[in-house]
Design a protein. Structure first.
Lengths: 744, 102
């Protein structure tokens, strides 16, 4: 791994850590159990700390400087000297944003703007205030930390103490560097220098036993081992983090200074991910000395030799024996055991995922798209040849291609949960700005959808959530008057439904006021009469450009820009959006999106000489058009399907195709959302793997066509935009029926 | 076998002794070593040294001693002193060093 790559890894990891920090910060208020809180605080601290440490390795001083102050405050929180309240959480969130900004600037090579610099300084000032003003929590602190705890010395005090630090209070770090450390762009010396910023390096012992003579050595291989006597107040994780970039190919042992049992337990939990045997762990933690362990081992060996002839399975575990012998407290062993099983688990998890450049994935998908088209070509040639063996080979090939395609598309699938979780922050901030109390519920976070879709859905969703909070959820007094709990609820939900993914933004707020929307629409000339409009038609009006019913314009929303943009964004993803709302009860906004944007299973049909593809997920069944409807294009356009009225449209008419339809016509019944409709075609050609090619700019606006694809013969087929067609059918049907009503 | 009367091979290193220059420095040192097992290396021109550089010096020292000679380091630059001090290697090389007042 070169330096540049390492730096990229740093950026990626920093963003992840910052995200975790934010998630934890937002979650912390809801945590009641002390242990959970402590764990969250530790995680937040670790995130800040790791970023600082890694940034230090790369010499990104700006980030180090800022995160150092942040870390100091977090450290006080961690040691219970400060209590994390809502103000502090908000401050930390702002700090997280600032670090994010700093990291982003390093990534893009940008320069810190004056205003951002001022923000940074203001944040540092706020943080420093916490550092200077000791809160009156010292009593609490003493309760949790018995008198034996080692004093929290500041570096200054340490220096003035004159270097007379007792050996026992020092950390002992032994590290054997792997051969590739230097080649990977890491220098042990810079790690030591970084370590020096966390405490005092009392002594470094250099061991070069592995180093051969000059003629035999490889100048770029690392042969060095070191033993470092290190005096620091930093904790194990902190010290460990200095070795983070090399720990994979190095053998590192970090021995903590003499300490309390409770500290040992936490230290065992913080051990690096080495496969350590429990005895070694205990010695490492200093709980047992080498001599004590040797005694225990000897005891075990003696017992074993006594039992050698009997069952080997009855061997007493070392951990148990250590406790029995009275050397350590059970709690310590338990923590050690827990750590061991945890290590196994993380190891298993680590192997489960790898990072891949998104570009490589896109390239793969493109290639597979071509492969699918080429495969279709092979199929056609095979069919023409009429040779059975050729046909068989071709069918095997297409089955495999299909599997490869599904697998490749699956690679691009990501869970929407992460996107949802981002909204915790949005809700927190916006609710705070507006002085409302709002809880965000998330469900269906494990629903998967295409990465590109996930990326593009963020902005529209943010807008909808903000809208829900600002316009949807009422102020506390109105809520009380309506008999609702003071705390408003916004619910984000996602699920799969017939080839689409549905994302819902639901709130228990005021709902949409139909009359108000209609009045506004009339005023703006968007509708001519208020009669005969269904609720959903009325609600769709709020997606018109420049439409806002808010009485007051807040700085969050209400200017009437936005909802139209939301709809455009969703439609650009071949999705649609619908609203269900009940005045004073709440609103549900439902976004329906296609699962993927690249390749779909299609259903190929023919009308005249043209081929059309219908996304297979939306096809419910195919039936023959009933005789009485044959050749009656001018007549009714619905028929009875097993007693149900089914509206249909003739694609021949819709796309104005010349020629007469054949003797038989088939109806493909499609479903979108809750609506079903029939599409009349000449011939059904069956399933077809469809690689979606976008239409040119010229054809983008054509209703009813969603894209194009290339058939195996090289011909072009158009992909039908079913949502749009279904709407057209239903609307036509609606007109017909209202005309009928007028006649009556 | 005593090589002390052998004329020491002298060389002044210029620039950095790091992973980037390690390969070429090694070749140079190996050439010097094949001529004489007593080397005197002037480090005044070293403006940067890392673990790779330190390793080279240690390996040279080892090989010199194995052949009955020795490696002497002279005129350490501040950068070199700094690193030797950090790694506690000054005594291992055993060369007199000049500690500057600042």
């Amino acid at each position: 791994m070169g330096m540049e790559e390492a730096l990229q890894t740093f950026f990626v990891e920093s963003h992840e850590l910052l995200q975790e920090m934010e998630d934890r910060l937002l979650a912390i208020q809801g945590l009641v159990v002390d242990e959970d809180r402590i764990e969250a605080i530790n995680a937040i601290f670790r995130a800040a700390h790791t970023i600082k440490g890694s940034a230090g390795l790369f010499g990104l001083d700006g980030i180090v400087e800022f995160t150092h102050v942040l870390e100091s405050v977090l450290d006080k929180v961690r040691s219970s000297q400060l209590v994390m309240d809502a103000d502090m959480i908000s401050l930390f969130l702002k700090c997280k944003d600032h670090v994010s900004l700093l990291v982003g600037l390093e990534e893009s090579g940008g320069v810190l703007q004056g205003s951002d610099q001022a923000t940074g300084q203001a944040l540092v000032a706020q943080l420093s205030a916490y550092l200077q003003a000791p809160q009156t929590n010292t009593v609490h602190e003493e309760k949790t930390h018995p008198a034996i705890t080692y004093p929290h010395l500041d570096p200054l005090a340490l220096e003035s103490a004159g270097g007379g630090v007792v050996d026992n209070d020092n950390w002992h770090i032994s590290i054997e560097f792997g051969p590739d450390v230097l080649r990977n762009g890491m220098d042990p010396l810079s790690i030591f220098r970084y370590l020096g910023t966390m405490g005092t390096i009392v002594q470094v012992g250099t061991f070069f036993d592995r180093l051969p003579g000059l003629s035999e050595m490889d100048p770029e291989t690392c042969y060095m081992s070191y033993l470092i006597n290190f005096s620091s107040e930093a904790d194990k994780t902190t010290i460990e983090s200095a070795f983070e970039f090399v720990q994979e190919d190095c053998k590192i042992n970090i021995l903590p200074p003499h300490s309390r049992i409770a500290d040992f337990v936490s230290v065992i939990k913080g051990l690096p991910q080495h496969d350590l045997r429990i005895g070694e762990m205990l010695v490492q933690c200093g709980t047992l000395t080498e001599r004590e362990l040797a005694a225990v081992l000897a005891y075990q060996a003696a017992q074993e030799s006594g039992q050698n002839s009997t069952e080997a399975g009855t061997k007493q575990p070392l951990g148990e024996m250590v406790v029995q012998a009275g050397f350590v407290q059970p709690a310590v062993v338990e923590a050690a055991l827990q750590k061991q099983s945890q290590q196994k688990k993380t190891k298993a998890r680590q192997q489960q995922s790898i990072r891949v450049d998104a570009e490589k994935l896109d390239m793969l998908i493109n290639l597979i798209g071509e492969l699918v088209i080429a495969g279709a070509g092979v199929n056609i040639v095979a069919q023409r040849s009429g040779r059975a063996d050729m046909l068989e080979a071709a069918s095997t090939l297409s089955r495999l291609v299909e599997e490869v395609r599904d697998g490749a598309l699956n690679l691009r699938m990501v869970q929407i949960g992460e996107t949802f979780n981002r909204f915790q922050r949005v809700v927190h901030d916006v609710a705070k700005d507006l002085g409302k109390e709002i809880e965000l519920l998330i469900s269906g976070g494990d629903t998967e959808l295409d990465k590109t879709v996930v990326e593009k859905i963020g902005d529209p969703l943010t807008h909808l959530v903000r809208n829900s909070i600002d316009h949807g959820i009422e102020t506390a007094d109105i809520r009380a008057a309506r008999g609702k709990p003071a705390q408003g609820k916004v619910h984000l939900n996602a699920y799969h439904d017939s080839g689409s993914i549905v994302i819902e933004v639901q709130d228990d707020g005021g709902g949409l006021n139909r009359d108000k929307i209609l009045a506004k629409a009339l005023e703006k000339g968007l509708v001519e009469s208020v009669h005969e409009m269904s609720d959903s038609d009325v609600f769709q009006l709020i997606f018109e450009a420049g439409f806002s019913t808010a009485d007051t314009v807040s700085n969050i929303s209400g200017r009437g820009v936005g909802m139209d943009v939301v709809r455009r964004n969703i439609e650009a993803l071949r999705g649609n959006i619908e609203i269900q709302s009940k005045y004073t009860v709440g609103t549900t906004i439902r976004i329906r999106l296609p699962l993927t944007l690249a390749i779909i299973d299609g259903f190929l049909v023919r009308v005249g000489q043209s081929h059309y593809v219908i996304p297979l997920d939306m096809v419910i069944e195919c039936v023959d058009l009933p005789e009485e409807n044959l050749n009656s294009s001018k007549g009714s356009n619905y028929f009875s399907l097993r007693g149900e009225v089914l509206p249909y449209m003739r694609l021949r008419d819709t796309f104005e195709i010349d020629g007469e339809s054949g003797r038989r016509e088939s109806v493909v019944i499609v479903k979108y959302g809750n609506t079903r409709a029939g599409l009349v075609v000449d011939t059904l050609l069956g399933e077809f793997q469809t690689v979606i090619k976008p239409l040119g700019k010229l054809f983008e606006r054509i209703k009813g066509i969603g894209g194009s694809t290339i058939l195996g013969t090289g011909e072009v087929a158009l992909i039908l935009d079913i949502p749009n067609l279904v709407q057209q059918v239903v609307r036509k049907d609606h007109h017909e029926s209202s005309r009928l009503q007028v006649r009556h | 076998m005593d090589n002390t009367d052998q004329v020491p091979g002298k060389w002044q290193v210029e620039g950095e002794m790091t992973i980037f220059t390690a390969a070429s420095i090694k070749e140079k040192l190996a050439a010097l070593l094949s001529a004489s097992s007593r080397l005197e290396i002037d480090l005044s021109g070293v403006n940067e040294i890392d673990t790779a550089g330190v390793q080279l010096l240690l390996a040279t020292k080892k090989e010199c001693q194995a052949k009955g000679g020795d490696l002497t380091l002279v005129h350490h630059s501040i950068q070199v002193l700094d690193v030797l001090d950090l790694c506690n290697l000054t005594t291992i090389f055993g060369d007199p060093v000049v500690i500057s007042s600042n």
